[in-house]
Design a protein. Structure first.
Length: 163
């Protein structure tokens, strides 16, 4: 199964694709979609969603795991991110790609084993779980891969529970 992980953001949206077969998960690709303040908000949001849709098709994605909005930090930045999430939801739903949302603590718990893990712990576990030589950069890409790994863990458990 090919899984797309998304770390939604207005300036940078991280993405990562992993492939899982039975008990093995491997990295396919990752990166960030960048926008600039030179563009208007609508153009930025449309560009991000369109790029996510193109990436999903390019990599044959079957399902998406996305980090959900978490209000613990800056509530004013949540509104543009919510718009990005809605736009991505529209794009992927139009392509019949299901989306599962996970809060940052759930993603951290799935990847590290502790919902209060810090960013460096999550990034190091992403590196280890995907057998990479280096931590994926930039940070948003590593966070997106963590979302994909979280979805993989949840789907694996769901499949075992239904067997």
């Amino acid at each position: 199964m090919r899984i797309l992980g998304i770390d939604p953001g207005f300036a940078q949206t991280g993405w990562g694709v992993v492939e899982t077969t039975r008990q093995h998960t491997r990295l396919v690709s990752y990166g960030v979609i960048r926008t600039t303040t030179k563009e208007n908000d609508s153009s930025r949001i449309h560009f991000i969603a369109k790029q996510v849709g193109l990436l999903a098709v390019e990599h044959g994605v079957e399902i998406c795991g996305m980090e959900d909005i978490y209000f613990a930090k800056n509530i004013s930045s949540a509104i543009p991110v919510a718009k990005v999430i809605g736009s991505i939801m529209h794009e992927l739903t139009a392509r019949e790609i299901p989306i599962r949302f996970f809060s940052p603590p759930v993603i951290k718990s799935s990847v590290v084993g502790y919902g209060g893990a810090d960013k460096t712990q999550v990034q190091e576990m992403v590196r280890i779980l995907l057998s990479l030589e280096k931590i994926p950069r930039p940070d948003h890409a590593a966070d997106a891969l963590a979302a994909a790994l979280c979805l993989q863990a949840h789907e694996s458990t769901r499949i075992r529970m239904n067997s």
